[in-house]
Design a protein around this ligand. Sequence first.
Ligand code: PLP
Length: 286
Amino acid sequence: VSPQEVLAGAGSDELITLLLTALSRPRDRTDAAVVLTTTPTFVMYRLAARARGMRVLEVPLDANWDLSLDSMRRGAELAPPNLVFIASPNNPTGNLMARDRLEALITSLPESLVVIDEAYIDYAPGNQLELYQRFENVAILRTLSKIGFASLRVGWLIARAPLVAEIDKLRPPYNLCSLSQRLGALVTSELAGELAALCELVKSERTRVTAELEKLPGFRVTPSQANFLWLRTPGPAGELFAALAARGVLVRSFHQRGGRLAEQLRVTIGAPTENERLLDCLRELT
Ligand SMILES: Cc1ncc(COP(=O)(O)O)c(C=O)c1O
């Protein structure tokens, strides 16, 4: 990847908004530009697209929280998207999307820019840069936010140089302060070894906590390649969320969204003592 293929932003959030703004012109004979994504996924794709008057097509993930390729293709046929956002690993489900499905989606939408959001890639066994290298219509998003530096607000987009040059025209001239630039460079160079060790610790805790949760009756964990777990609860997730909160353990519940999300919690992997606290509370509550 050459420097001309990279654009830094104030978190990947800013790059998401810049991409949407750059590609917000409706296609021929349509009244609004279309953004295709999955559900559930990171909410900013939807919120930022709607704020720009774009139409958002959210295609449900399949029973294993993977891409529903046929449904996505059908959606794209009905409303050809300017942009497709795929978080992989996905938030809140934690899984990488199947490589063959992602590739099939990319090749079936040559007129759309497919953005693979790799916010959680430091916790995954590999990355998807190879798809960027092979396909012209792919861009990649990265961030320092998920490895402990969210407050620095440093993210970056990897895309073809001509696209980067166009998006750069929309970028506020001083979007990234010098302190964040310097610290971002430091984090990715001098601290790289330490951060890799911390990611390894999170991954080993992830394995341990997954195994412990699976022992609890009625709980199921989706195999995670992120720093959180997507947990199926035996009863209403909202109730468990409240009971955990009352014990000082904060997890993320999606029960207000209803449907199959009403029995799912997103649980962040913390320090070993925090993870133990979560497990103790769940053992007590089940
Ligand atoms: C999938 C995904 N992409 C991007 C972001 C935004 O990260 P940043 O802090 O870099 O704006 C998040 C944050 O929750 C996320 O979950």
